[in-house]
Every structure is written in structure tokens, then in C-alpha cells.
Ligand binder design. Structure first.
Ligand code: G16
Length: 584
């Protein structure tokens, strides 16, 4: 045991690195950028300096998705945490903890915050992305007030503080002393697994999985991300399923060379296996485990529908919600499917900007139980992050309950049942990745100017290939005033709402590491039952044409097709239908 005074804090002179502004969810850059001299140290120092209430004597959780550069970044954090007077660090074994598991640990250990080493769904490896995110003591992503402070500090940082410590062996769990720090290295899965066991009725899921004839087939794909061990603990060890029920479950620093984003394009390993083997329930999660995709044979559940369906079933079958659901919420571009559930159930519903951090205050105030985002994020107030594995288990719970009501129900049946009850929100998102930033900014400026021009509201916008036209009811830049603390977040996405209730939205992604990614979202609501079984792509075509025409996207960016299309029951990549028979 060493005396704290033996470990001298030293101050290292540094100069600012430009561009350390946290995006939608932390700072994400290429690994090579983080490897520059003092780059990571500057950002960690700024984070520690910006911690609400200071970091002296505090406890922090450190973990991440295990991507390339995580071990090095962890050692830097330990040296700077010691240099800044942090007293206790809780780390996942080998520096691995999913984002939801970090949130759960911060809450259950009453830590003062956490540092997450992840660029989420972005690819990893020496030539790809790394990321650092700070979460506050409620377990959720730091609010803008804190991230703005971090950025401001990075802009004129002159020094950082550290204790010169040798690298700590991160492979053994237990309690250690590391210089002046108390270190606890935890098993990444156990705390999180106990939380899920307290939320769900695993026996009911097991009963459905094992005592149904024929047995429902399940496939979970961790896309070589952090949820591999969590998936194994749940599907194999807890639910007693075969090894064949999980795939790509060994976390790898470069995600096996893949893109760990659970959508129809990047999670094609899952989609293909589900279709080929007639699997009833397929699910994937992303690099750091906060996103999810639900996909059964011939049935893709849009994230917007997924959260609405979970909200609708929660009280009925998930023990955590037995005493009632407090309120619901979605991000602005997410379809209004959850609003309709809220309305019919007499619940409050909130529309917040894109970013999970905007849900935290509502949850802390006891006004929000279940929320989601179109970007494959779904979660509840059990933690303060979106939670991919939670959503996947929620769907298993719903299917178990649906099968009690109507044996043989699959994902398609649950979807159809929902639409028959509430109507269907057709939704699609087009992603134009890594566009030239100047062109993307010009396109947004053009739209803003157009919105302000007289006569735009009330005008008719027509499609190119049909006679369809849409009357503009309103058009604006989304701004949000947090109902709890009154903080205002402006410029959160450009929307046009039409008189028939449909919408188009443009946003620049806040999670890319280079260039600008343009996201175009379109939504149309229908209560015409004859449309429910249709591929959304067809019904949304006129709206998409209007969006492309009004934004002059091709003119400003030179792009004539998106890189990824997310659409209910269909996926097109680079404009080409991947396999319509398979998808619809
Ligand atoms: C992050 C945030 C999400 C948000 C998403 C949006 O996701 O945590 O709340 O919806 O970014 O991404 P973009 O700005 O690119 O549209 P993640 O999974 O990357 O942490």
C-alpha cells in the first residue's frame, strides 16, 4: 500500500488542438487524430475540468466498446484522473463495458460520472474511428451546458495534470491501488445482467421459447461489438438457447473489419441468416450496445414503430412497468407512432431534439418512462442511455405475451396488430454520408432562406414523377425548450410539415468523424388498412421527390443517391434494391 503523497502530480505544458467540439454524442475522430501528441490528454483534461462540482475526490466509471486505442486511452485517463485528484475509478475488465452497462454502473455505484471510450456504430481499427464521451452522475450523456464547457476549455488549454503511473493490468477483476487511485475492475456483464433480470420476466420468455411447438428460432448478432458477452449471458446462459442463437459475439478492436451499425445495410449478416434459415426473431446491436435492430423473417421493425409497440405492451407484460408508464418521448425526426399510443393512453408525450441526452431531465423528473429515436435507439428510465439489449429482450417479452394471446404470433403479426389499432406511420431515412461540408451547409442555408421567404408556407410542392402535391403547413428550424430546466437548444433540424400531416426533415449528422452526413427523413401517416402491408418506399416516393427537389440536394452536394436507406420492410443501397422479394 502506498502513501498518496508519494505520487507527485505534475503539470504538462500543452497547446490546443482545434475541432474538439463534442457532437451529438461525444467527440468522434479518426484514431490517428486521437493519437496526436497531447490530443487525448487535452480532451480528458477538459472533461475533468468541466465536471459539474469538480473532479477532486470523485468516483468515475470508465469503459467502452473495446475498439482500437481503448487500452491506451484508458491508461491516459488513469494518469490524468490521478493528476486531477479523482479518488476512485471503476473500470470494466479489459476496459470493456457497453454504453448501457456504464450508465447502469454509474447509477448503481452512485458514481459521479463516467468516461466512455466509443465511437458507437462507427467502424473501428487503426484507420477508423475512436471516440470519448462524458456521462454525468445520473448515468446519462452530459448535457450541452457541460459539453460546451468542455469545448471551450479545449480551445485555449495550456496544461494538463497527471501522475506518472505505469500501465495498469486491466485484465484482472478486483480492487487495486494504482498510485493515489482506488481502482475497481469489474466483470462487464454481471451488474447489467442483474438489472435486466429485475426488469423482465425471463421465465415467461423461457416458457415461450422452450414450450412451444415448433420452437421459436432466435438469432442475435453482436456485429463483433461489445454486446457479444452480454448476448451470450442472456441468450445462451439465461434463456438456455443453443450456441447457434448468437453470432459475431466476440468483441474485436476493429469489429472484424465491419461496420457495427444495426441497420439493414450494415447488419446484412443477420438479415441474410434470418431469411435463409426462416428465423422468427432476429436482432442486432451496435459497437457499444446502445442501438438495436429487430428483424424477423420478412419483417423489419422500424425503430419508430419499435418504441411505439414497446410503449403499448409495456404495462401488460414487462414487470418493471407493472405500476404504470409515466410518459413517452421521441426525438423530432422519429415518426409520430409513439405520439398516437400516448394520446390513446392519456400519457404525456415529448418531442426532443436528436440525442439521448435530451431525455435525461424528463426521466429524472419522473415524467418519462419509455422513449426512442429513429436512429435505432430505444430505452427507458431504468438507465439514462438507450439500451440495445434491453430493447431486444423487451421484444422477446412482447412476443412471449403475444403468443399467449394468439399462439403462433410472429413479428409481422405484432406489427400488423399495432397498425390495425393505431394506424401506420410510414417512415424512411436517407443518409448521404461524408459529403463535402461546404455543400451540405449551403444546402441547409438554402432551405433556411426558403423557409423565411414569403409565400413558402401555404405553397404547394409537387412531386416529379406523379401528380402528387403537398401544401406546406409550416416550415422551421426545430428548437426545444427543456420543460424541466428551461434550457433552449436551437437549430436542431429543418422540417416542413404538410397539411395532410406528412413531414420531411433535413439534419446534418452529429456523429460522423469527417465531412458532413446529410440525413433526410420522410413520414406519412395512414389509417387505410389496405396500405398497411405495403413497402413504405413506394408510398413515400412522392414525398422523397419533393424533398430532393426543394432542397436541391444533388445540386449542392453532387450526390444522386444515398449511401443508406432505412425503410420499413425494404432496403435499398446506393439506389439499387437489394432483394425486394427477400425484404417485403
Ligand atoms: C447518437 C446519440 C443518439 C442520436 C444519434 C444521432 O447515437 O446517442 O441519441 O440519435 O447519435 O446520430 P446523428 O447525429 O448521426 O444523426 P450513437 O448510437 O451514435 O451514440
Amino acid at each position: 500500500m502506498s502513501n498518496n503523497s508519494e505520487f507527485k502530480r505534475t503539470t504538462v505544458q500543452t497547446t490546443p488542438h482545434s475541432g474538439q467540439k463534442p457532437g451529438t454524442s461525444g467527440l468522434r475522430k479518426k484514431v490517428k487524430v486521437f493519437q496526436q501528441k497531447h490530443y487525448t490528454e487535452n480532451f480528458i483534461q477538459a472533461t475533468l475540468s468541466a465536471m459539474p462540482g469538480g473532479c477532486e475526490g470523485k468516483t468515475l466509471v470508465v469503459g467502452g466498446d473495446g475498439r482500437f486505442f481503448s487500452p491506451e486511452a484508458t491508461q491516459i485517463i488513469l494518469r490524468l484522473a490521478a493528476g486531477n485528484g479523482v479518488s476512485h475509478i471503476i473500470i470494466g475488465q479489459d476496459s470493456i463495458l457497453s454504453t448501457p452497462a456504464v450508465s447502469a454502473l454509474i447509477r448503481s455505484k452512485k458514481a459521479d460520472g463516467g468516461i466512455l471510450l466509443t465511437a458507437s456504430h462507427n467502424p473501428g481499427g487503426p484507420n477508423n474511428d475512436f471516440g470519448i464521451k462524458f456521462n454525468i452522475s445520473n448515468g446519462g450523456p452530459a448535457p450541452e451546458e457541460v459539453t460546451n464547457k468542455i469545448y471551450k476549455i479545449t480551445e485555449d488549454i495550456k496544461e494538463y495534470h497527471e501522475v506518472d503511473l505505469p500501465d495498469l493490468d486491466l485484465s484482472k477483476t478486483g480492487e487495486f491501488t494504482h498510485g493515489p487511485l482506488k481502482i475497481t475492475i469489474v466483470d462487464p456483464v454481471s451488474n447489467y445482467l442483474s438489472l435486466l433480470q429485475s426488469i423482465f420476466d425471463f421465465d415467461a420468455i423461457k416458457e415461450w421459447l422452450h414450450n412451444t411447438n415448433p420452437k421459436p428460432t432466435v438469432l442475435f448478432d453482436a456485429l463483433n461489438g461489445v454486446t457479444g458477452p452480454y448476448g451470450r449471458a442472456i441468450f445462451v446462459d439465461t434463456l438456455g438457447l443453443d450456441e447457434k442463437s448468437i453470432q459475431n459475439c466476440t468483441p474485436s478492436p476493429d469489429f472484424g473489419g465491419g461496420h457495427p451499425d444495426p441497420n439493414l445495410t450494415y447488419a446484412h449478416t443477420l438479415v441474410e441468416a434470418v431469411e435463409k434459415n426462416n428465423i422468427l426473431f432476429g436482432a442486432a446491436s451496435d459497437g457499444d450496445g446502445d442501438r438495436n435492430m429487430i428483424y424477423g423473417k420478412g419483417a423489419f421493425v422500424t425503430p419508430s414503430d419499435s418504441v411505439a409497440i414497446i410503449a403499448d405492451w409495456a404495462e401488460k407484460c414487462i414487470p418493471y412497468f407493472k405500476s404504470g408508464v409515466k410518459g413517452l418521448a421521441r426525438s423530432m425526426p422519429t415518426s409520430g407512432a409513439i405520439d398516437i399510443v400516448a394520446k390513446k393512453r392519456g400519457l404525456e408525450v415529448f418531442e426532443v431534439p436528436t440525442g439521448w441526452k435530451f431525455f435525461g431531465n424528463l426521466m429524472d423528473a419522473g415524467r418519462l418512462s419509455i422513449c426512442g429515436e429513429e436512429s435505432f435507439g430505444t430505452g427507458s428510465d431504468h438507465i439514462r442511455e438507450k439500451d440495445g439489449v434491453w430493447a431486444i429482450v423487451a421484444w422477446l417479452q412482447i412476443l412471449a405475451a403475444a403468443n399467449k394471446e394468439k399462439p403462433g404470433s410472429d413479428i409481422n403479426d405484432v406489427l400488423m396488430m399495432h397498425w390495425k389499432k393505431y394506424g401506420r406511420s410510414f417512415f424512411s431515412r436517407y443518409d448521404y454520408e461524408e459529403c463535402e461540408s461546404a455543400g451540405a451547409e449551403k444546402m441547409m442555408a438554402h432551405l433556411r432562406e426558403l423557409f423565411e421567404s414569403s409565400g413558402f408556407v401555404g405553397s404547394d410542392l409537387s412531386a416529379t414523377s406523379s401528380s402528387a402535391s403537398f401544401k406546406v403547413a409550416s416550415a422551421d428550424d426545430f428548437s426545444y425548450t427543456d420543460p424541466i430546466d428551461g434550457s433552449v437548444s436551437s437549430k436542431q433540424g429543418l422540417y416542413i410539415k404538410f397539411e395532410d400531416g406528412s413531414r420531411i426533415i433535413f439534419r446534418l449528422s452529429g456523429t460522423g468523424s469527417s465531412g458532413a452526413t446529410i440525413r433526410l427523413y420522410v413520414e406519412k401517416y395512414s389509417q387505410d388498412e389496405s396500405e398497411y402491408g405495403k413497402d413504405a418506399q413506394d408510398g413515400l416516393k412522392p414525398l422523397i421527390e419533393v424533398a430532393l427537389k426543394v432542397s436541391k440536394l444533388q445540386e449542392f452536394t453532387g450526390r444522386d443517391k444515398p449511401d443508406v436507406i432505412t425503410v420499413s420492410r425494404g432496403a435499398r443501397v446506393g439506389g439499387a434494391r437489394r432483394d425486394p422479394d427477400m425484404m417485403c
